[in-house]
Design a protein around this ligand. Sequence first.
Ligand SMILES: C[S@@+](CC[C@H](N)C(=O)[O-])C[C@H]1O[C@@H](n2cnc3c(N)ncnc32)[C@H](O)[C@@H]1O
Length: 262
Amino acid sequence: MSYASVLNTYEDFVKAFHPKSGLDLKFYKQNQMQRRILSFMNSHGHSSYGPFLTALSADPTLYDAFFKHLTINVSQFFRDAAQWKTLRETILPLLLQNKTPLKLWSAGCSGGQEPYSLAMTMMDYFSTAKFTVLGSDIDVNVLKQAKDGLYKQNDFASTPPEVLQKYFTLIDNGYQIKDSVKRQVSFQHQNLLTDRFQSGYDFIACRNVVIYFTDEAKEILYKKFTDSLRPGGILFTGSTEHLFGMNQLGLKSISSFFYQKQ
Ligand SMILES: C[S@@+](CC[C@H](N)C(=O)[O-])C[C@H]1O[C@@H](n2cnc3c(N)ncnc32)[C@H](O)[C@@H]1O
């Protein structure tokens, strides 16, 4: 399909890209997204939206690289170590007082580093507790990595060496997560902004996902998360993400970046 002459503005691009990708860029901050799109276009020799979209339609490799560039899937096991300490010393014991099995969800899970970190934490520190972990993401390529469970050295910058040794096998081109951890986690393709959520979660981690969302999109998303937590359930946000308006949502801050549903 040729978009060559009809797409001139950012708004035109957003409208044409949505049905093709399922990603509605109107929920993302225009300044940042436009800058990211233009930098990708320039580095691939494109200066206008129409021919660029035509090229995306014709070249699946280019499309995948662009989608990856837009969704920004940098992650790490046990990213922000201090918060994982709070999680295992305070938050999980609190949740386990109320109910077992625990229903845990990493929303915007990238290549699986975060949901697998949740599973390993449960296995190491709460070995008798029953739990399920869901990882979900909009990007099918990162979900493939998550399901394959293959990682590189730089995924482990915040990982204690004994955890790496216990739960991963060193192979030629990296580290393979062991089946004992893989079995604990399921993955799902999901657009957080438009898809329906299950309910009854004890714990939802949504970290470093909403950075580029508009305030309106964040408001919609945090309301959806609150609805899908059980009373007493906890939302875990990223280090730069403070939840304004949490009282109206019915959430209370119980530690930095952890919010409990009342
Ligand atoms: C920077 S990564 C964060 C990974 C992990 N939560 C962490 O903190 O290390 C952001 C992830 O959010 C996903 N994402 C962005 N928009 C999304 C949406 N609307 N629905 C679901 N996932 C989305 C991206 O594909 C990406 O994998």
